[in-house]
Each structure stands twice: as C-alpha cells, then as structure tokens.
Design a protein around this ligand. Structure first.
Ligand SMILES: [Zn+2]
Length: 214
C-alpha cells in the first residue's frame, strides 16, 4: 500500500503513521526525520536544510523531492510506503504522482482548540531534550526531567500564540493538497475531537477507514 498521512501539527501524524507501518508492512518515511538525521551527522544535505528547519520554514521543494526519490529507491519500498510530512505543497504532490502515486491519502482532521491544547501541553528537558506532555506523559516531579533532573521548558514555537501562526501557515499551504487528492477520489478522513483518544484506538479506527483487516 502507498499511503500518505497528512494533518496539522499536533494531529498525531507520526504516532499513527509509525504504528501503521508494521501492520501494513510498508516502511514509515518521515522527511523531517531524514532531515534531522542528516543535520546531526553533518552531511551536505544536513547543512543545506538546517537553516530552514531551525527557522520553522519549509524545506524547498527541489531538495525535498530529491530526498524522497532517493528514499523510494531503497528495496524496502517495493511494496509501498507511508509518508509523514510529505507532500507538503502542491508541487510536491504533483512530483510524487510521477514517481509513485499514492493509493490512499489519509487526512487527520482535528479541531483547532484540541491541537492548541495538545501542543501547548508539551514541555521539553532543557538538558537532555526528552519530551513530555502534561496531558498524558507527565514527569514524576513537576517541572523536572525524570531522566536527568534538568529543567522542563516550553519550546518558543509551542506557545498558544506561536501555534496559531503555525496552524494558519499550515492551512494555507495544505488546503490545496487536500483538495487535489479529494478530486482524485483517494482522500479518506479520520476526524478526532477527543483529547484522550489512545493511539491504539485511533489506529483501529484508521484501519477500518482504510478497509484493512488486521
Ligand atoms: Zn533531561
């Protein structure tokens, strides 16, 4: 199966896409992870994309498309893929069509209040980078990291005001993609307005929507 998962920041794309991978037996591909890995290894690709990621901007289409083309040539992609974070623009969607067009595009629809609540509940350890969520992955001691006792802080781009800006940006860029796939007749929508939906329950619902039996 060739599956694309799209949705706003905080909609659970990574959570669901990574859990669907072993069930559907196709690799989970996150362009964000590939970029971050290259940055930490100091590759030439890493150096090229670093400034975009650090400033919260989209990596240019040509770089992203090259990365995806290369990844799809790996042998584990012969039965398909699950994309998280790609395509992000209409241009990328059109390019994917030429390489390996998706069978299904799953859109995670989550109301804005819930996205804001979820993302703004995230805190990160200043020292070791471990991420907590005050809704469901709480530290044992308030404000202190379980692992290294570092101070837990909120990321600058995860305050309610910053999240609103990110969501507006997302909506502007992604709406055309949703329309594009809807017109092709391959768009499926998973709507979730529950704050406490467990990942495994969400996966079960998504499999029903995709018409896959476990
Ligand atoms: Zn820590």
């Amino acid at each position: 199966m060739r599956l694309v998962v799209i949705g706003p920041p905080g909609s659970g794309k990574g959570t669901y896409a990574s859990r669907l991978s072993p069930i559907l037996k196709v690799p989970y591909i996150s362009t964000g992870d590939i970029f971050r890995e290259n940055i930490s290894k100091g590759t030439s690709l890493g150096k090229k994309v670093e400034k975009f990621l650090n400033s919260g901007l989209l990596v240019p289409d040509d770089i992203t498309i090259e990365v995806v083309k290369k990844r799809l040539k790996e042998p584990d992609c012969k039965n398909g893929y699950i994309f998280d974070g790609f395509p992000r623009t209409l241009k990328q969607a059109e390019e994917l069509e030429k390489i390996a067009s998706p069978d299904v595009v799953l859109y995670l629809s989550v109301p804005e209040w819930l996205l804001i609540k979820r993302i703004s509940s995230r805190v990160i350890c200043k020292n070791c980078g471990k991420i907590y969520n005050l809704l469901n992955v709480k530290p044992k001691k308030e404000g202190i990291c379980d692992v290294c006792e570092g101070e837990l802080i909120q990321r600058k781009d995860e305050t309610p005001e910053a999240i609103k800006i990110r969501l507006n940006e997302y909506e502007k860029k992604t709406k055309p993609i949703i329309e594009y796939y809807n017109n092709k007749g391959i768009l499926k929508i998973f709507s979730n307005d529950k704050l406490d939906l467990k990942p495994e329950e969400g996966v079960k619902k998504i499999l029903e929507i995709l018409g896959v039996r476990k």
